[in-house]
Write a protein that binds this ligand. Structure first.
Ligand code: SAH
Ligand code: SF4
Ligand code: F3S
Length: 462
C-alpha cells in the first residue's frame, strides 16, 4: 500500500512553524510522507494563529474551503491545531459550521499527535482534545526540519506578561524554559547536520531561565551557543523591552555570532497607553534602552512592532508614537491595527471606548508613511558597503534573482549567474541599490565553504 501523505498549513509566528516541524516529525515516524499540496494529502493539519482577527479569518476561510475536498474524498482526515484550538469559541464554531473537521487538538498536547490521530480515525465524531494548561516541557520529540542552513530551536514556551490586548498567554500558557543542556545538544546536532543560521525561539526569550534551578538567563545561553563549532549566525526572537538586560547588550556587543538585529516591540509611544497595555516600561525608559543598545552596538539594525487604535488612544497619544518612531529611527516596523481578543481586558475597553475605524486606518497610514521614509533612508546609508549574506532561495517574484539576508536580517537581492548555484551559501556582496524594503547587491567574491543541502543539489540551474 502506498504510504499515506500529510500536508500541514501553518499560520502565525515561528513558534507555530516550529510546532509544525514537530508534528511532521511525528508523522514521519508513523510512516506518513509529506505532500506538496493539500489535493494529494490523506491528512491535512491546519496549525492556526489567534493573535489578530485577520489571522483567524484566514484559517477559518481555509477550513471552509476544505469542505469540498472532504466531500470528494471523505477518507481524508482534517485536523485543526494551534492557538485558535485553545479558544473555546473556536471549538463551538467548528462544531457548528465545520463538521468536516475530524480532530481538534491544542498547543499543549501536540506531542500526542499519533494517539490523537488514531482516535480520530477510529471515530465517526469530531474528536476534541485540548488541554487548558501546559504540562511539563517534553524533550526528545522527533522533528522534520526544512532542509537548508536555517533552523529554529525552542528555548522557552508560553508567556507570563499578560499585555492587556494579547491572547498569547491564554493560548500558550505560563512560561516554561527548557534546560540549557538539551538546548546546547540540539544546536550541536544541528551544526553537525550543516545548519549554520540558528534562531532561538520564545514568545519572550528575555525571560529565559528565570524558572530554572539554578536560574539561567538568555545572555548565558547565547554565550554557550556561541561556542558551538559550525554555527555561524545566532538569532533570537522575540524579545520584550522590559527584560532586555545590559548583560545581554554587552554579550551581543562582544559576540561574533549573535545578530546585530535588535527587535524591540514598543507597541505605543504614549505612557498612559503603555500603562493600560501593561507593558511595564515608559517611553523614556524605552528610549534609554535604545540609547544603550546604540552605544554598545553602533551598527544595530532596530525593528519594532506597533499597535494603533488601542481603546481610548487619543490623537495626542498617537503623536507620541510618531515622535518615538522619529527618535529611534527603526530600520523597519511591523504595524498593526488593534484587534479585540476574547477574554482580554482591552476587549472590554474596546466595547466602551473604541477608536473609530476610519481613525484607526488613518493612523496606520500616517505611521507607515513615516516609517517607510525612515526605512528608505536607513537602507540608503548602506549603499556601497559590503557584507556577507546568506542566499536563502530564488526570489518568488523573479527567478533570475537570489533572495538573500544579511546577518542583521535585511533582504538583499542579487542577480543569478548562469551555471552558478549559490543556494544556502554565505556570499560576500556589495550593496548597489537601496529601496524601502530591500537592498540590491553584487557578488564580490567566492562563497564561503558550502554545506551540501539536498535542496541545493536539486535546484535547476539558470
Ligand atoms: N511576544 C511578542 C509578540 C507576539 S505577537 C512580543 O511581545 O513582542 C506579535 C505582535 O502582534 C505584537 O508585538 C503586537 O504588536 C501584535 N499584537 C498582539 N496582539 C494584538 C492585538 N490584539 N491586536 C493587534 N496587534 C496585536
Ligand atoms: Fe503577548 Fe505581551 Fe506576551 Fe508578547 S509579551 S506574547 S505581546 S502578552
Ligand atoms: Fe499566533 Fe499563537 Fe504565534 S497566537 S503569533 S501562533 S503564539
Amino acid at each position: 500500500m502506498a504510504q499515506p501523505r500529510y500536508f500541514i498549513k501553518t499560520y502565525g509566528c515561528q513558534m507555530n512553524e516550529r510546532d509544525s516541524e514537530i508534528m511532521a516529525g511525528q508523522l514521519d515516524q508513523m510512516g506518513y510522507v509529506s505532500s506538496a499540496t493539500d489535493r494529494e494529502a490523506d491528512l491535512i493539519v491546519i496549525n492556526t494563529c489567534a493573535v489578530r482577527g485577520s489571522a483567524e479569518e484566514h484559517a477559518l476561510g481555509y477550513i471552509g474551503q476544505l469542505r469540498q475536498l472532504k466531500d470528494e474524498r471523505p477518507e481524508v482526515t482534517l485536523a485543526v491545531a494551534g492557538c485558535m484550538a485553545q479558544e473555546p469559541g473556536t471549538i463551538a464554531w467548528l462544531t457548528r459550521y465545520a463538521p468536516q473537521v475530524d480532530l481538534v487538538f491544542g498547543t499543549h498536547n501536540l506531542h500526542q499527535l499519533p494517539r490523537l490521530l488514531e482516535q480520530a480515525q477510529a471515530s465517526d465524531e469530531m474528536v476534541v482534545d485540548v488541554w487548558k494548561t501546559a504540562g511539563e516541557v517534553v524533550e526528545h520529540l522527533p522533528s522534520h526540519r526544512k532542509d537548508g542552513v536555517k533552523a529554529f530551536v525552542n528555548i522557552i514556551y508560553g508567556c507570563d506578561k499578560f499585555c492587556t490586548y494579547c491572547i498569547v498567554p491564554f493560548t500558550r500558557g505560563k512560561e516554561r524554559s527548557r534546560e540549557m543542556e538539551p538546548i546546547i545538544q540540539e544546536v550541536r546536532a544541528l551544526a553537525a547536520e550543516g545548519y549554520q543560521d540558528v534562531t532561538v525561539l520564545g514568545q519572550n526569550v528575555n525571560s529565559y531561565g528565570h524558572d530554572l534551578e539554578p536560574a539561567r538567563d538568555l545572555a548565558e545561553l547565547l554565550a554557550e551557543l556561541e561556542k558551538v563549532d559550525g554555527v555561524r549566525w545566532l538569532r533570537y526572537t522575540t524579545s520584550h523591552p522590559r527584560d532586555f538586560s545590559q548583560k545581554l547588550i554587552d554579550t551581543i556587543a562582544a559576540s561574533e555570532k549573535i545578530t546585530h538585529h535588535v527587535h524591540l516591540p514598543v507597541q505605543a509611544g504614549s505612557n498612559p497607553i503603555l500603562k493600560r497595555m501593561n507593558r511595564k516600561y515608559t517611553k523614556e525608559s524605552y528610549l534609554d534602552l535604545i540609547d544603550r543598545v546604540k552605544e554598545k552596538i553602533p551598527d544595530a539594525s532596530l525593528t519594532t512592532d506597533v499597535i494603533v487604535g488601542f481603546p481610548g488612544e487619543t490623537e495626542e497619544d498617537f503623536e507620541q508614537t510618531l515622535d518615538l518612531v522619529r527618535r529611534v529611527r527603526y530600520d523597519a516596523a511591523f504595524t498593526f491595527i488593534y484587534s479585540p481578543r476574547e477574554k482580554t481586558p482591552a476587549a472590554r475597553w474596546e466595547g466602551r471606548d473604541p477608536v473609530p475605524n476610519p481613525v484607526k486606518k488613518d493612523r496606520l497610514n500616517r505611521l507607515m508613511e513615516l516609517q517607510y521614509q525612515i526605512s528608505w533612508e536607513a537602507n540608503q546609508a548602506l549603499l556601497g558597503k559590503s557584507e556577507l549574506v546568506l542566499v536563502e532561495g530564488v526570489s518568488k517574484k523573479n527567478d533570475r534573482v537570489w533572495a538573500c539576508r544579511t546577518h542583521s536580517n535585511k533582504v538583499v537581492l542579487i542577480d543569478r549567474e548562469p551555471g552558478v548555484n549559490l543556494l544556502d551559501q554565505f556570499v560576500p556582496v556589495r550593496f548597489t541599490g537601496a529601496k524601502t524594503f530591500y537592498l540590491t547587491g553584487a557578488r564580490r567574491g567566492e562563497p564561503l565553504s558550502p554545506p551540501v543541502s539536498r535542496r541545493r543539489l536539486e535546484l535547476p540551474m539558470l
